[in-house]
Structure formats: structure tokens, C-alpha cells
Write a protein that binds this ligand. Structure first.
Ligand code: 4AD
Ligand code: MG
Length: 476
């Protein structure tokens, strides 16, 4: 008999059906006349209750019915006598597929701290919270592809190994085939595998732009790498980014697209991950209850997401944002760690969060940043001081999207590369798009993990990626 997964079984299988089920034991309780096994196979947040008459199970097998063990059960679906579930599996036969020693298995059925679970990333999928998070991550990734596919975008895979530094921040991991124990400080990368110095990509954007200049609408969706030493709950050294790039789009078209896109993917997850979101919503509310009154979120997780879907995002310029922040600093309404004194400062996470969480209480799009604090490729505005950049800030996270209209004017782009010390020879292929049939175009990047944090309510970015890479940590 072919085995069935628990999700299908709970949704579709009729009372009286004979089934074969496989999964991992969450708990096993041996009461006098009956053995209760709670089984999960990862297909859903719900466990299947299995009941056995003790005499049907060998004594040797009984000893192995530990939390974490993998089993196969054949039995019949019956209406449950208990009140926690509608149906249960009345077991006839049971087999141990893989044992789990009760003394050694680290995931005993009790509450574990997130820190502890991070130290066993390879096992944490087996908890309710993490299985829900990774199913939501899957649902969200699918929604992203669906949105772009329905809107005529072409999925482009840009290189992971690249010779360029798209963001100009210089926080890159070098890739080399050289024996690091033997190379000297003045190692000549001409001898290296690619004949030059290469790194792991920090963004697929520049390659993506070359695609958009022929295919019209593209998006990339892949891993990106940053060697910044930021040990925060919003930064990873390896994270996934979604980057659409669209020919003939100016800044406002780009913002409209980003807003529509964010709403679409949230709505999709709300509709298609209901059980997991209900679980995460309850978890979020329990955590809020344990916080002091003034730090509590007044909305539930699901309410917050529904609100984002239906509200129009606030749109303001950097200069307007700066004025709000400076005034509130001046009036002592809010004390910032980084002072807001001079126009031109970069907005810090605390400033971004104040704007979106306290001032506007909704997602905020900040545009037209000072040119010196943004990347070389952004379109220079007429004022000669700002560029057509846009960042989207959301409550609880801060910046979730960074994007811009691109500088498509050849001479101005060359000038900007000089000012930012960007090597024009190395980026001659990028400049070619401006030399041959240039056109206005725009795009943005959404950090997938920050998006999952927003949807799942998880505080720490390390808890929404399977195996987080952060300074000093790369398990598995
Ligand atoms: O703002 P960023 O650096 O923009 C770019 O890389 C552009 N090339 C995107 C584009 O226009 N195509 O990064 C984009 C987003 C951020 O808003 C944030 O959500 C996420 O990527 N991000 C990170 N997520 C996790 N860990 C990090 N270290 C991140 N750095 C950026
Ligand atoms: Mg950014």
C-alpha cells in the first residue's frame, strides 16, 4: 500500500479508509488500555493522533517509541473520541524505520529557547515553529515566482561568482582556487582560476540590467553574500534576494510595482498558508503578552499583515524624512543614538523604524536620497544633490526593499563611476548598455529573509533561514 502524507489524510481521507502513514514521533503516551502516538511528517502543522491497543505492539518495538523516532503505521481512519481532533488513526501494524535514543535526542517535547534551537539547526525543522516557518518560506518563494510570471517577467539566473562589486560597499568574499597557506600578500590574481580577482556576488542587479535592456522585464532570485561584520537581528552574510529590473520604468513606476508586489505576496501567503500562519499568529500573541504593556504590539500578526495589504504606503522624500526626524529629535520626542543634525546623513535602522512604526504607522517609501550615500548607478536628479533612489521601510523590520531608477545617461554614469572610484574598464560591459540603445530603467531588491521575518513575526533573521551564516557561524 502506498503511503499517504498527513496533510492529505486530514483533508481528504474518509472515515473507514485503510491507510499507511510514515513520520516522526512527537510524543508517545502509554495509558493503561491504549497507546497514543502523536505523529508529524512535515506536510502540515497538525499532528496525526494514532491509537493502538497495547497488545498489538511487540514489547521490543514499544521500547523504541521515543520522541524523534521514525515509524510506519498501517491502520484505519476513525472518528476521534477525543476533543482535540476530528479523526484518528486506529493502528493495526507498526514498524520502526529509524530509532531515536531517548537519552540522546536533544528535542524533547518541551519548550526550547530559540538560541538553543539555533545550535541544532539541522534538527530544528522538527519543531512546530520551524516547520511552520519553512513551509511559509516555501509558500512565499512560490508566490514571488507566480507574481512575476503572471506579469510577464523573465526569470534570469545571474552569476554567483562575479568580478564586480555592485553596491560599492566592498564587503565581499573573495573566491580563489589558490592555496591560501602558500600565497603571499602581493599574490597576482592573473595566475588564479579566472585570471583575475573574483568574489561572491553582493547583488545580481548589474547583470540583471543587461538582461532588462533586451528582455524588457526580468527578475533574479538567488543567494547573495556580504562580508559585513554586522551581528544584528537583520543581517546575514548569506541571504536571498529578489531583484526585478524593468526597461522604460521610471522611479514612480518602480515604486508602484514594489507596492503591488509586496501586497500580492503577503496576500498569497495569507490565503495559502493559513494553518501555519494561525500557529505563528498565536505564538506572536503569546510573546506580546509576556512583554511590558508599552512595548506590546496592539495588533495580531495576521491583522498586521492584512493591514499592510489594504493600506496605501506612505511616500516621502529623504528630505521630508530628515525634517521629521530632526524635528522630533529637537522636540525631544524621541532620543536617537545617531543624531539627526546635518542633511546628508545616512538613515540608521532606528530612524527607519521610527518613521514606519511610530510616525506613519504603516509602510513608508523614502525617495530621493543624497547622492553621496547611495550607489554609483542611481539616476542623478536635476538638483544635482539627490538620486532617484527608493527604500521601503516596514514596521518591525525597517528597510525591506532597496531600489532605484538607474542612471542610463552614458556620460553622467561615467562621471559618477569616477567619483565613486569604480573601475570603468572592469565594468565596460555594463557601460555598453548605455552606449548601445540605452533607455530609462529601474529595479529593486527585496531581502527574502527580512520578508519572512515580517510574515512570521520572527525577531531574529537567523531563525528564518535553514542554516544561517553570520560572523563566526556557518553550521552544516
Ligand atoms: O539595499 P540593498 O543593498 O540593494 C541592492 O543590493 C540593490 N542592488 C537592489 C536592486 O536595486 N536590485 O539590498 C536590498 C535588500 C535590502 O533592502 C534588505 O532587505 C536586503 O536586501 N539585505 C539584507 N538582508 C539580509 N542580510 C543582509 N546583510 C542584507 N543586506 C541587504
Ligand atoms: Mg539598502
Amino acid at each position: 500500500m502506498k503511503f499517504t502524507d498527513i496533510k492529505t489524510l486530514l483533508n481528504k481521507i474518509k472515515i473507514g479508509s485503510k491507510v499507511n502513514i510514515k513520520g516522526w514521533i512527537r510524543t508517545c503516551r502509554d495509558s493503561k488500555n491504549v497507546i497514543f502516538i502523536s505523529l508529524n511528517d512535515g506536510s502540515t502543522i497538525s499532528n496525526l493522533q494514532i491509537v493502538f491497543i497495547p497488545s498489538l505492539i511487540d514489547e521490543e518495538i514499544k521500547k523504541e517509541l521515543n520522541t524523534g523516532a521514525c515509524i510506519e503505521v498501517i491502520g484505519t481512519i476513525e472518528k476521534s473520541q477525543g476533543k482535540n481532533q476530528n479523526i484518528e488513526l486506529v493502528g493495526k501494524e507498526i514498524k520502526i524505520i529509524g530509532k531515536a535514543s531517548a537519552e540522546e535526542y536533544p528535542l524533547q517535547p518541551k519548550r526550547h529557547s530559540l538560541e538553543f534551537l539555533r545550535s541544532i539547526s539541522h534538527l530544528r525543522f522538527r519543531t512546530n515553529a520551524f516547520s511552520a516557518i519553512f513551509r511559509v518560506r516555501n509558500c512565499l518563494s512560490f508566490a514571488i515566482h507566480k507574481f512575476f510570471n503572471e506579469n510577464g517577467f523573465i526569470y534570469l539566473n545571474t552569476p554567483i561568482i562575479t568580478s564586480c562589486d555592485a553596491e560599492g560597499a566592498g564587503e565581499m568574499f573573495t573566491v580563489t582556487s589558490a592555496d591560501l597557506t602558500k600565497i603571499s600578500k602581493d599574490y597576482d590574481y592573473k595566475q588564479d582560476f579566472f585570471g583575475k580577482k573574483v568574489n561572491l556576488t553582493v547583488s545580481g542587479q548589474l547583470a540583471g540590467e543587461t538582461g532588462a535592456m533586451a528582455l524588457g522585464k526580468i527578475y533574479t532570485f538567488g543567494p547573495t553574500f556580504r562580508a559585513e561584520n554586522s551581528n544584528t537581528s537583520r543581517h546575514l552574510a548569506e541571504f536571498w534576494m529578489v531583484e526585478p529590473e524593468i526597461a522604460f520604468y521610471e522611479l514612480n513606476d518602480n515604486i508602484d510595482l514594489a507596492e503591488e508586489f509586496l501586497k500580492y505576496i503577503i496576500e498569497y501567503v495569507l490565503k495559502n498558508s493559513q494553518d501555519d500562519l494561525k500557529f505563528l499568529d498565536k505564538r506572536y500573541s503569546d510573546i506580546q503578552k509576556s512583554k511590558p504593556q508599552n512595548e506590546r504590539d496592539d495588533k495580531s500578526l495576521i491583522e498586521k499583515l492584512e493591514y499592510i495589504v489594504k493600506t496605501r504606503f506612505q511616500r516621502i522624500t529623504y528630505t521630508e524624512a530628515f525634517d521629521i526626524l530632526r524635528n522630533c529629535s529637537k522636540n525631544k520626542k524621541k532620543k536617537f543614538e545617531y543624531l539627526v543634525k546635518d542633511w546628508g546623513i545616512d538613515l540608521q535602522s532606528e530612524h527607519e523604524r521610527y518613521l514606519t512604526e511610530k510616525h506613519f504607522k504603516k509602510p513608508v517609501v523614502v525617495t530621493d536620497y543624497p547622492k553621496d550615500i547611495k550607489a554609483f548607478y542611481m539616476y542623478k536628479n536635476e538638483d544635482d544633490k539627490t538620486v532617484a533612489a527608493m527604500d521601503i521601510l516596514v514596521p518591525g523590520i525597517g528597510e525591506i526593499i532597496g531600489g532605484a531608477q538607474r542612471e542610463h545617461r552614458y556620460d553622467i554614469l561615467k562621471d559618477s563611476m569616477d567619483k565613486f572610484n569604480v573601475d570603468k574598464n572592469q565594468l565596460s560591459w555594463y557601460l555598453d548598455t548605455r552606449k548601445f540603445g540605452t533607455a530609462p530603467h529601474s529595479g529593486f531588491g527585496l531581502g527574502l529573509e527580512r520578508m519572512i521575518q515580517l510574515i512570521t513575526g520572527m525577531d531574529n533573521i537567523r531563525d528564518v533561514i535553514a542554516f544561517p551564516r553570520t560572523p563566526g557561524k556557518a553550521e552544516c
